[in-house]
Design a protein around this ligand. Structure first.
Ligand code: ATR
Length: 273
């Protein structure tokens, strides 16, 4: 029987998820379709009712519904519980179960490179929704410590508290205070939205060692100034599209119970960026 999947959010017309998942269906000859469905803020409850009516098999959740979606779940995976946000839902005869694949998606590029973050010192720029999944990922993989640098110190403080509760030793600073401190860290992640509009790197990377791992979660443009500066220093760089693919392949595996066709999905994504 044919299956239907969706991504819900607003705005949704530029979502890359329909392309990525449709490429996977084609690659594996699955009788499935995946649509983008716009649900405005404040209309989530009705939106979900209509998805249930058409017996949607599963859906992804994006801005602005990732947190509010928790209210409409019947069950929650641990990933969703920890991060307190949902990005993937299964529908089993009307029973909705929520997952958050952003954490595993974030870690996926390290695994693909056979790199471990165990005992590494991390500098995380940003303290928004995406940063939460990233902190949970570093805690799970036993990084040594994390410095959370953010424009608004209060948000960094909250994120540091979350990290410490997960057992990952954290401190919070203002982003301006780490502008020249990149050399003290093994891994530097940009989880701010700086770069989306081609802005220059939020901190200086001039002093970093080539052994540093530099990861940007901004995926459009693919080559942000932050990553270009890291590449100039010979650092290992991880692109934002890799996290996007990581969360999509993990969602695919939850829904379909089989390994996702990574390369076909990557090709569809990079063709679209
Ligand atoms: P996401 O879900 O992608 O994490 P978000 O929750 O809106 O998005 O978080 C955006 C992050 O980018 C925040 O850390 C934000 O900093 P504030 O907490 O101070 O708002 C950061 N950010 C956005 N614009 C920025 C800018 N111009 N300079 C520095 N940080 C910025």
């Amino acid at each position: 029987m044919s299956k239907t999947f969706a991504v819900i959010g607003d705005p949704i017309d530029h979502s890359l998820s329909p392309n990525i998942h449709s490429a996977a269906f084609r690659e594996l000859n699955l009788d499935c379709s995946y649509i983008a469905y716009r649900i405005a803020k404040g209309e989530l409850e009705e939106g979900i009712e209509s998805l249930k009516k058409i017996k949607i098999d599963g859906f992804n959740v994006t801005i602005p519904h990732k947190v509010e979606m928790m209210k409409y779940l019947d069950r929650m995976d641990e990933s969703c519980n920890i991060i307190e946000a949902v990005n993937t839902v299964t529908n089993d005869d009307g029973i909705l179960k929520g997952y958050n694949t952003d954490m595993d998606g974030f870690l996926d590029p390290f695994k693909k490179r056979n790199m471990s973050v165990k005992n590494l010192k991390v500098l995380l720029l940003g303290a928004g929704g995406a940063a939460r999944a990233i902190v949970a990922g570093f805690a799970k993989e036993h990084a040594q410590s994390i410095t959370i640098a953010n424009r608004t110190l209060e948000n960094a403080n909250k994120m540091a508290k979350f990290s410490n509760e997960l057992g990952l030793n954290a401190n919070a600073v203002k982003i301006d205070d780490v502008r020249d401190s990149a050399k003290y860290y093994d891994v530097i992640v940009n989880a701010t939205s700086v770069g989306l509009k081609n802005e220059s790197s939020p901190i200086s990377l001039e002093s970093i060692d080539p052994k540093t791992i530099v990861y940007d979660i901004v995926y459009m443009p693919m080559n942000t100034d932050f990553l270009k500066k890291a590449k100039d220093r010979g650092a290992t760089i991880i692109y934002g599209y890799e996290m996007l693919l990581g969360q999509a392949t993990r969602a695919f595996e939850i829904w379909h119970g089989m390994e996702a066709p990574y390369n076909a999905m990557k090709k569809a994504l990079l063709g679209g960026v």
